[in-house]
Ligand binder design. Structure first.
Ligand code: NAD
Length: 368
């Protein structure tokens, strides 16, 4: 079977880190009997330069036809003053919208070798492995009305609308329960049912899906503000956290910080399975285009390489291959290789390509 992958490097360090992913794909096709057909296109600021839009219809067609999209990063100061609809980030939003990517998976994993890099005490984060499942296409970022109006007394009034349907809640709950079964079998659902009616509906719908379809998974409910507190107090109490778009945005960034560096964290965004069993999916590091270090060969490629591991696991069902890649990353960190963002005293400082060299060597050793 050949997996069709669309590579979208984007802007800034995006092309640098995605180039390293391409090398890892090369290792897998040479050593693990995997066949990939890759295509590439522009997205973000570079697409605007070439075509006057951050995402073209031709690129979207390729994305819709792919088994998985591997995305680098978009944006940069050069495009900050563009009108809203032409901004690089709109390219990513169009991909999410057109592919129907409603489930955002954000693991927060603390590698043993990096436990001292966290702002929390090492014993609080050592062994941390949580997964935040965020609803990505509904809620207050998309609800209407969304407007600023003028009031007769000269003030302005701004409105965002938090809105969820049972269908939207049920489908994200299913994703969380299914993933929990592959991990620690526990789901904490975070909402604000004490003050928001969307929270009341959220809690009812999650409970119903659980009782009917996933009674074997342990479900708890937690208020989103308490969840934020618990993440810094005792994050290891969590396995999977499922939550809405707004709370997920905040909680996943908070969880990311627990692990030390933004250059280490991957993410996946998944859509609904079609009748043919295909599921749209986009994998990307959580970091941006890092204009301050772009073009210098300094970027940490690990977040992007771990995004490929998520792709192997979730889109291609190659769990062993995904684990192998994660173990290779763990190994190079244990051996002391560090890019600048995760540098610690006494370790070996390397650039983007040398970090990947070390990971490829570790893959060789681990699979020997
Ligand atoms: P950023 O994530 O690009 O950078 C924040 C800091 O982290 C910088 O100091 C950067 O050097 C560092 N950093 C990020 N990734 C790194 C890596 N792999 N290795 C080493 N260091 C790394 O966030 P920002 O500076 O707020 O945003 C820069 C641009 O990226 C903006 O235009 C923003 O809109 C865009 N952005 C894009 C995405 C995306 O494409 N998904 C996400 C966030 C921000």
């Amino acid at each position: 079977m050949t997996y069709n992958i669309l590579l979208l490097p984007g802007d800034g360090i995006g092309p640098e880190v995605l180039e390293e992913t391409r090398r890892v794909l090369g290792w897998y096709s040479a050593n693990r009997n995997l066949a990939f057909a890759t295509r590439e296109d522009l997205v973000g600021g570079c697409a605007y330069e070439a075509h006057g839009a951050p995402a073209t219809d031709a690129m979207m067609k390729k994305a819709l036809a792919a088994d998985a999209v591997l995305f680098g990063a978009v944006g940069g100061p050069k495009w900050d003053k563009l009108p809203f609809h032409q901004k690089p980030e709109q390219g990513l939003l169009r991909l999410r919208g057109d592919l129907g990517l409603f489930a955002n998976l954000r693991p927060a994993l603390c590698f043993e070798a990096l436990k001292d890099a966290s702002s929390l005490k090492p014993e609080i984060v050592s062994g941390l492995d949580i997964l935040i499942v965020r609803e990505l296409t509904g809620g207050v970022y998309f609800g209407k009305p969304k407007e600023i109006t003028d009031l007769p007394d000269g003030q302005k009034r701004a409105v965002d609308t938090q809105v969820y349907t049972t269908g939207e809640i049920e489908r994200i709950a299913r994703v969380a329960f299914e993933l929990a079964r592959l991990r620690g079998n526990r789901v904490a659902s975070a909402d604000k049912s004490n003050v928001m009616v969307t929270g009341v509906l959220w809690r009812e719908a999650v409970t119903r899906v659980h009782d009917k379809e996933f009674p074997d998974v342990a479900l708890s409910h937690i208020l989103a503000d308490n969840c934020a507190m618990q993440l810094v107090r005792n994050p290891k109490q969590f396995d999977v956290i499922v939550t809405d778009n707004l709370f997920g945005d905040v909680l996943s960034d908070e969880a990311a910080q627990l692990t030390g560096s933004i250059g280490m964290l991957p993410s996946a965004s998944l859509g609904a399975k079609g009748a043919d069993g295909r599921q749209p999916a986009l994998y990307e590091p959580i970091h941006g285009s890092a204009p301050d270090i772009a073009g210098k060969g300094l970027a940490n490629p690990i977040a992007t390489i771990l995004s490929l591991a998520m792709c192997l696991r979730y889109s291609f069902g190659r769990v062993e291959d995904a684990t192998l890649l994660e173990k290779a990353v763990e190994r190079v960190l244990a051996e002391g290789y560090r890019t600048g963002d995760i540098m610690q005293p006494g370790m070996t400082k390397v650039g983007t390509a040398a970090m990947t060299d070390a990971i490829l060597k570790a893959l060789d050793k681990l699979s020997a």
